[in-house]
Design a protein around this ligand. Structure first.
Ligand code: CA2
Length: 143
């Protein structure tokens, strides 16, 4: 069975609690449920991790790689725009990763328009809300 990890960065645990005009009203738990439902018929097993800490995310990428994870879906939140460490960790894993952003980062403030971490990913999906994660799952299953 293909194993895929879903990693979330800082503040994404607040989904559904604040800024619904940008990020909607659904929570990270709702997203987990949506993805588990989508993964079942694909025969994919999923593991979820969220942290506000850059180093914890780096450590988790390495641990999951050593445990045989076959792909990553990542939304590193604000670290997407800044983190060379997370980009290097994904690149060193040798596993395909798809980056997802709930909002359209190209249509927001200038500092959000570029992603540092997307350079280590096979694709970036931005501005499609939660369905963007399901799209990412299908993209990885095809990889
Ligand atoms: O659009 C996305 O998915 C982002 O990765 C979300 C990040 C933001 O820094 C990126 O530029 C784009 C922020 C996540 C904050 O999420 C919140 C959700 C609810 C309430 C407050 C923050």
């Amino acid at each position: 069975m293909k194993k895929i990890a879903i990693l979330h960065g800082p503040n994404l645990d607040r989904l559904g609690k604040r800024q619904p005009e940008i990020y909607g009203t659904a929570t990270l738990k709702d997203l987990e449920q949506l993805l588990r439902t989508a993964a079942k018929p694909l025969g994919v097993s999923l593991t979820f991790f969220q942290s506000a800490h850059e180093g914890a995310l780096v450590d988790r990428i390495h641990a999951l790689t050593d445990r045989g994870v076959e792909g990553f879906i990542v939304n590193f939140g604000a670290y997407s725009h800044t983190s060379i460490a997370l980009r290097d960790a994904l690149a060193s894993s040798g596993r395909p990763a798809v980056e997802v952003h709930i909002s359209n980062i190209k249509q927001r403030e200038k500092f959000r328009r570029t992603s540092m971490t997307a350079g280590a990913c096979v694709a970036m999906i931005s501005g499609e809300g939660f369905p963007g994660y399901v799209k990412a799952l299908h993209r990885l299953v095809q990889a």
